[in-house]
Design a binder for this molecule. Structure first.
Ligand code: ADP
Ligand code: ZN
Ligand code: ZN
Length: 735
C-alpha cells in the first residue's frame, strides 16, 4: 500500500462509546460533516469527528463511506460542548451529537434555506383599527391584535396562533391591511417602543454584569416576578450586540416561550434578526432558524433547552430565564441539564452568563451566596416590583383541618371568590397537578382502579366516562359497579380540574368559568385565546394546574386560591418542597400584578409549616437557607453529587441481579463514593416493566466522575445488560 489513506473517524447513533473508521476518496472532508456509511447490513448516518491517515483496521477490511453531505454542522466550539456532554453524562459521543442537531438534518437534506417572511400592518390598517374587521372573523382579529402588539410577526408565531393563518394573511393582504418582507440582514426597521429607565437596582445589576462583558462570569439575577429582570436582560443584550456580529442566546422554559415574550423581544430588537428554537416549530423552520444561528446571521436566538447546542460563531452572552425550571433537564436520551451545559459553554467560550429567577434552584442559590469558599456566581438582587403602584399579594393559609370543606372548598375561599365576582374582578383556582388527579373509589370496600401495566392509579375522566393511566395511556370504560364487591356506589376522589370546575359551577352558576389544563389547551392557539379573554374580562374564574407562564399580566385578577398542596409537603422526593415553594411563589405572582391588590388563599392542614411562613413573607431567602441546612445534614445536593442508575426488565430478578452486580462493582472501584442498595422507585412498574434503581453519592464531583469512567463501560459490557434496559442519570432531578 503506497497511497495515502484518508480515514474518517465517524461517530454513529449507536449505544457504543467509540468511533468507527471509514475510508474516503474525498481529501477535503472536514470534521463536522455528515456521512452515510455501511454499518453491518444497514446504512447509517454518522458524523465525522476525526480525520487520519492511519487506522488500526486492516486496510482491505476498511469500508468506504457511501455519501458525504457538504454542510459542516458544527464548529470547534460545539464539538467541545459535545465532548464535554458525552464525558460528563457518560453518553456515547455519536448519540450525543446526533441528539443535539435538528432532526431534519439527519435525513441528509441539503435543500437551500427556505425564504422567510415577516408580516406587519399597513398604515391603513392601523388607521382603520380592529373594529373595521368583519365581526365573526376571530382568527383575523387575533392576528391583527397580535400584530398591533408585536409590530412584526414571523410565520412561526402566526402559525402558533391558528392553523388557518395563511388564509387570514391572504384575506388581510386582499384588504390592503398587511405588508410582508423577506428576512435579510439588511432589513432594518426602527420602531420606538416606550422604554422604561432602569431603577437603581436594575442599573446596578446592569452595570456590574456589563463590567464583565468580555470574559466569563456567571451571574444570578434574583428578583421576584415583575421586578424587571427581563428589562435587565434586554439592556444587556443591547449592550452585547453593540459589538459587530455579536450573537446572544436566551434560554427559556418551554411553557414560557409564548408569542407574548417573543413579541416583547421583537419589539425591542427590531433591527436585529431574532430566531426562536422550540418544539412548536416545524422541522423545516427549526432547521432554517438553526442554520441562521450557525451562519452567524441570527443575532438573537431564543430557545428551549436543546438550543444550548446551537452553533453560534459569535456568541457573546447567554441568558437563562427561570433558571430553576425543571424543564431545562432532559429526562431521556442524553440526560443533560441545559443550565449546567450553558455554564460550561460560557466558560469555554469565555463569555458571561446570566441566570434570572425569583426562586433559584438550591444549587444556584448555594453557588451565588455561600461564603465559605470563593463564590462561584455573582449575585444581584431586584427587591421590588418594577411597576410603581403594583404590590405583592397578601398570602393567607386556610386551615382545612379546622374548617368544613365542601367538595374541596372551604367557606372562606368560596366567600372570597364571591366577593371578587361582586367586584367584577377575576379569580384563579390553582390545583397542584402532581398526584391530585381523581381516582375512582368504592365506598364500601375501598377498591380503586389501577393500571395493570404500571403501579399507578387510573384517573377518572368524567366527561368521557373513562378511566385512563396517565403513565402508559391505557384507557378503559368507567365501571358501573365495583369490580371487587359489586357495590354500585363508586365516586371519584381527589381534585381534578374537571371536578373543581363542576363544583365551581354549582357554587356560582352565573360565573363565566374557564378550565385550563393539558387536555383543554393542547395548542398555543387556545392559550392565546385565554389571554385575550382574560384581558377582555370575558372570564370570571380561571381553573388551572401549573399556571401559567410568566410575563402575562392579568390586570383584573385579584384572587388566587390554592386548593391542596399537602401531599408535596411530605413527599419522599427531597426536592418536593423546593418545587412547591417556587410553584406557589409563581402562582401567587399572578395576583395583583397591575393596580389591583391581590390575595392568595392556600388551603392546607398544616398552616404552620415553614414553607407557608416563608411564602407569607415572600421570603425565599430564609426558606432557601433553611433548606440548605437540611440538605447539608442529609448530605444531599448541593453538598453532595448524585448519580442514579435506573434499570427495568420484564422480570424483577433480572433488574435486581444487574443492580446488585453494579453496586458491588462500584463499591470496589472507589472508597470516596457511597453506593446505596438497589431500591424500587415510587413507580415500581411502568408499561409492564419492573423497575429498580440505585444511587451513588459523593462529596467530590471528581471522585464520582472518576468512578463513572470505569463503571459505565463495565455496565455496557455486563451480560445481564441484554435483559435489562438501564440508564445512568448524572445529577438527577427526579428519583
Ligand atoms: P420580570 O422579568 O422580573 O418578571 P419584567 O422585566 O417583565 O420583570 O418587568 C415587569 C413589568 O415592569 C414590565 O411590564 C416592564 O415593562 C416593567 N418595567 C420593568 N422595568 C421597569 C422600570 N425600570 N420602570 C418602569 N417599568 C418597568
Ligand atoms: Zn367495592
Ligand atoms: Zn399504565
Amino acid at each position: 500500500m503506497t497511497d495515502t489513506l484518508h480515514i474518517l473517524k465517524v461517530a454513529l447513533d449507536v449505544p457504543l462509546d467509540r468511533v468507527f473508521d471509514y475510508r474516503t476518496d474525498k481529501p477535503n472532508t472536514q470534521i463536522g460533516q455528515y456521512v452515510v456509511v455501511p454499518f453491518g447490513a444497514r446504512k447509517m448516518i454518522g458524523v465525522v469527528v476525526g480525520i487520519s491517515d492511519t487506522s488500526s483496521i486492516e486496510s482491505k477490511k476498511l469500508k468506504s463511506i457511501i455519501r458525504l453531505d457538504p454542510e459542516v454542522i458544527f464548529d470547534e466550539q460545539s464539538f467541545k460542548l459535545f465532548q464535554f456532554c458525552s464525558q460528563y453524562y457518560h453518553y456515547p459521543l455519536g448519540q450525543t451529537i446526533l441528539s443535539a442537531v435538528p432532526s431534519r438534518l439527519k435525513k441528509i437534506n441539503t435543500k437551500a434555506m427556505a425564504k422567510k417572511y415577516l408580516y406587519r400592518l399597513t398604515p391603513k390598517a392601523i388607521e382603520l383599527g380592529i373594529d373595521q374587521l368583519p365581526p365573526r372573523q376571530t382568527t383575523l382579529k387575533r392576528i391583527v391584535m397580535a400584530l398591533i402588539d408585536a409590530t412584526l410577526l414571523d410565520e412561526a408565531s402566526l402559525r402558533s396562533m391558528s392553523s388557518a393563518w395563511k388564509k387570514s394573511i391572504e384575506t388581510l393582504d386582499e384588504m390592503g391591511w398587511i405588508e410582508k418582507e423577506e428576512i435579510t440582514l439588511d432589513d432594518k426597521v426602527y420602531i420606538q417602543a416606550p422604554i422604561p429607565s432602569l431603577n437603581d437596582e436594575q442599573k446596578k445589576a446592569f452595570d456590574e454584569i456589563s463590567k464583565t462583558n468580555k470574559t466569563f462570569a456567571a451571574w444570578l439575577l434574583y428578583g421576584i416576578t415583575g421586578s424587571g429582570k427581563t428589562e435587565v436582560y434586554i439592556r444587556l443584550i443591547e449592550e452585547a450586540l453593540k459589538k459587530e456580529h455579536a450573537q446572544v442566546l436566551v434560554l427559556v422554559p418551554e411553557i414560557n416561550l409564548t408569542p407574548q415574550l417573543e413579541s416583547r423581544f421583537r419589539a425591542r430588537f427590531e433591527k436585529y434578526m431574532l430566531v426562536t428554537l422550540h418544539s412548536h416549530l416545524t422541522d423545516n423552520e427549526r432547521l432554517t432558524h438553526w442554520r441562521l444561528a450557525k451562519e452567524g446571521q441570527a443575532q438573537i436566538v431564543i430557545g428551549t433547552r436543546l438550543s444550548i447546542f446551537t452553533p453560534m460563531p459569535h456568541l457573546s452572552l447567554i441568558i437563562i430565564d427561570e433558571e430553576h425550571d425543571a424543564s431545562f433537564k432532559q429526562q431521556e436520551g442524553l440526560r443533560y441539564h441545559a443550565r449546567d451545559v450553558a455554564i460550561f459553554r460560557a466558560k469555554s467560550e469565555n463569555i458571561p452568563i446570566v441566570m434570572g429567577t425569583a426562586t433559584p434552584s438550591l444549587e444556584t442559590w448555594f453557588n451565588a451566596t455561600k461564603t465559605k469558599d470563593a463564590k462561584k456566581f455573582g449575585f444581584l438582587k431586584l427587591t421590588s416590583r418594577a411597576v410603581l403602584d403594583s404590590t405583592l399579594p397578601e398570602i393567607k393559609c386556610i386551615d382545612i383541618s379546622k374548617s368544613t370543606v365542601t367538595k374541596g372548598f372551604s367557606p372562606y375561599l368560596v366567600e372570597a371568590i364571591r366577593d371578587r365576582l361582586n367586584k367584577k374582578e377575576q379569580s384563579l383556582i390553582f390545583i397542584n397537578r402532581r398526584g391530585f388527579a381523581p381516582v375512582l373509589l368504592c365506598s364500601s370496600c375501598q377498591w380503586t382502579g389501577r393500571c395493570h401495566r404500571c403501579s399507578s392509579r387510573l384517573v377518572v375522566h368524567l366527561n368521557q366516562k373513562r378511566l385512563r393511566c396517565h403513565h402508559c395511556g391505557h384507557d378503559e370504560k368507567m365501571p358501573l359497579q365495583c369490580p371487587s364487591c359489586g357495590n354500585t356506589d363508586l365516586y371519584p376522589t381527589g381534585l381534578g380540574t374537571q371536578r373543581v370546575e363542576e363544583t365551581i359551577k354549582e357554587f356560582f352558576p352565573e360565573a363565566r368559568i374557564l378550565r385550563v389544563d393539558r387536555d383543554s389547551t393542547k395548542t398555543k392557539e387556545a392559550l392565546n385565546d385565554l389571554f385575550l379573554k382574560m384581558k377582555n374580562r370575558e372570564i370570571d374564574i380561571l381553573i388551572g394546574t401549573q399556571m401559567l407562564s410568566k410575563g402575562h399580566d392579568f390586570p383584573y385578577l385579584s384572587l388566587v386560591g390554592v386548593l391542596d398542596t399537602d401531599q408535596a409537603l411530605y413527599s419522599p422526593d427531597f426536592r418536593a418542597s423546593e418545587r412547591l415553594f417556587s410553584q406557589l411563589m409563581q402562582v401567587s405572582g399572578r395576583a395583583g400584578r397591575a393596580k389591583t391588590k391581590g390575595e392568595v388563599y392556600i388551603q392546607t392542614a398544616f398552616p404552620n409549616h415553614p414553607i407557608f411562613e416563608a411564602l407569607k413573607t415572600h421570603d425565599y431567602e430564609h426558606f432557601a437557607n433553611e433548606l440548605l441546612k437540611e440538605r447539608e445534614l442529609a448530605e444531599l445536593s448541593p453538598f453532595a453529587f448524585l448519580v442514579l442508575l435506573k434499570g427495568e426488565a420484564h422480570q424483577l430478578t433480572h433488574v435486581m441481579q444487574f443492580l446488585n452486580d453494579a453496586m458491588i462493582h462500584a463499591q470496589n472501584l472507589s472508597a470516596h463514593v457511597t453506593v446505596y442498595n438497589p431500591v424500587r422507585p415510587m413507580m415500581e412498574r411502568l408499561k409492564g416493566m419492573e423497575r429498580a434503581q440505585l444511587v451513588l453519592q459523593a462529596s467530590s464531583r471528581v471522585a464520582l466522575q472518576k468512578l463513572l469512567n470505569d463503571w459505565v463501560p463495565y455496565l455496557r459490557e455486563n451480560k445481564l445488560a441484554q435483559k435489562v434496559k438501564w440508564v445512568v442519570d448524572v445529577d438527577p432531578l427526579e428519583f
